[in-house]
Design a protein around this ligand. Structure first.
Ligand code: HGY
Ligand code: MN
Ligand code: MN
Length: 395
């Protein structure tokens, strides 16, 4: 709740877009809680914060998530997994439990990708999937350069990337969808993450007078953008299954009532658990855009913002989540993740899994995001059990 007040919005929820002052203030607060637990705090070259409780020996059992939010974020997306990780360390210390391995908690930079694409940027660099230089040169939706913002907020750290390879990684997160609540199940044993394809589309037409320009002479990028948006909805309906498509950001220039726009840019968020279907969707979008450009006499240029193939988590960890959930008397089901997560990047380095708890009405990326306290506690207790078990497990 205290973290939720940092960047808090008047009606509830919070806005801590990556590397803003609010993100800095949130980081400073959580880092202070890491230090209260005598954890060693390392900041790496893209601002990932890794807190480590040095007990036992060998590579750490790692958990973590993110504390950057979207512009209308809830209290739990990302934050819950980071703070539950600290609660695991605090609980072990309070009860004199000494794990066989160090426990570490990561705060990964810019997981949302809302200001600086791609999403999961910090964990992608941590896992060696993107160079620090490329990450620093990413330009945000507000024109800021990621490396400059890291420096400005004091989180351009000395620790090199890729980061230390964990013994294993497990992330606790809210489901952000309706499944667990609809099925009255308390815990999700996450089997993997669906594929993600983000594109930035720029449509250049010709600005003109709204009153005097006959319809057949227009080069109207707003109409083209609307047609593309409708096409995406229809594509998702045609594909069915897990196919989802979203146009979340549209910018019109000059954005005035009586001017046929000169340029419209929009973002496409297209996802599917099946890589072949995701590729098919991308091909159909490309073909539609080239037809649309011809028909509407506009120029359409597309730029990839993020492209991640579906990820399957280590079944040994998925089963561990399932069994330990049952040991605590929780109902549990296996399920894929519709949302991207830092765990999908850590799975490139070590055995990785995730734990979900229900989201009320499936709401997320919404200030009314909510998870019942009993579910939050059950998830945190399960994280404790899984981390301690991982510390005893040889892979
Ligand atoms: O885009 C996502 O799925 C995540 O919220 N970053
Ligand atoms: Mn998240
Ligand atoms: Mn999110």
């Amino acid at each position: 709740m205290s973290l939720g007040e940092v960047g808090g919005l008047p009606g509830g929820g919070c806005n801590r877009l990556a590397l803003t002052d609010a993100d800095r203030d949130g980081r400073d607060l959580v880092v202070s809680w890491m230090r209260d637990l005598d954890m060693e705090v390392n900041i790496d070259a893209v601002g990932n914060v890794i807190g480590t409780w040095h007990v036992g020996s060998g590579a750490a059992v790692m958990t973590g998530s993110h504390i950057d939010t979207v512009r209308t974020g809830g209290l739990y997306d990302g934050n819950y997994g980071v703070l539950a990780g600290l609660a695991v360390v605090e609980t072990c210390q309070r009860h004199g439990i000494t794990p066989a391995r160090p426990l570490s908690v990561g705060i990964f930079t810019d997981e949302e990708g809302a200001r600086f694409a791609p999403d999961m940027l910090g964990s992608l660099v941590y896992a060696g999937g993107m160079s620090v230089e490329d990450a620093h040169d990413v330009i945000g939706i507000d024109g800021a350069r990621l490396g400059d913002e890291l420096k400005r907020i004091g989180y351009l750290g000395p620790t090199p990337c890729p980061g230390a390879v964990p013994h294993a990684f497990v992330e606790l997160h809210i489901e952000q969808g309706p499944l667990l609540e609809v099925n009255s199940v308390r815990i999700g044993a996450v089997t993997g993450v669906q594929g993600i394809s983000w594109q930035h589309v720029t449509i250049d037409g010709q600005s003109n007078h709204a009153g005097t320009t006959p319809m057949h002479l227009r080069k109207d990028p707003a109409f083209a953008a609307a047609s593309l948006t409708v096409f995406l909805r229809q594509l998702a309906q045609r594909f069915g299954g897990n196919q989802v498509c979203t146009v979340g950001k549209i910018d019109v220039h000059p954005n005035l009532t009586n001017v046929v726009p000169s340029r419209v840019s929009l973002t496409l968020d297209v996802r599917n658990t099946d890589e072949n279907l995701l590729k098919k969707a991308e091909r159909e979008i490309e073909e539609f855009c080239s037809r649309l450009a011809d028909e509407e006499h506009v120029t359409i240029t597309r730029r990839s913002l993020a492209r991640f193939e579906p990820v399957v988590f280590d079944d040994r960890i998925v089963s561990m989540v399932e069994e330990l959930a049952k040991d605590r008397g929780n109902s549990v089901q296996r399920m894929p993740s519709g949302a991207g997560h830092d765990a999908q990047m850590l799975s490139r380095m070590c055995p990785t899994g995730m734990i979900f708890v229900p989201s009320h009405k499936g709401l997320s990326h919404n200030v009314n995001e909510h998870t019942d306290r009993d579910d939050l506690v059950a998830g945190a207790n399960l994280l404790l059990d899984v981390m301690l078990k991982l510390a005893e497990t040889t892979f």
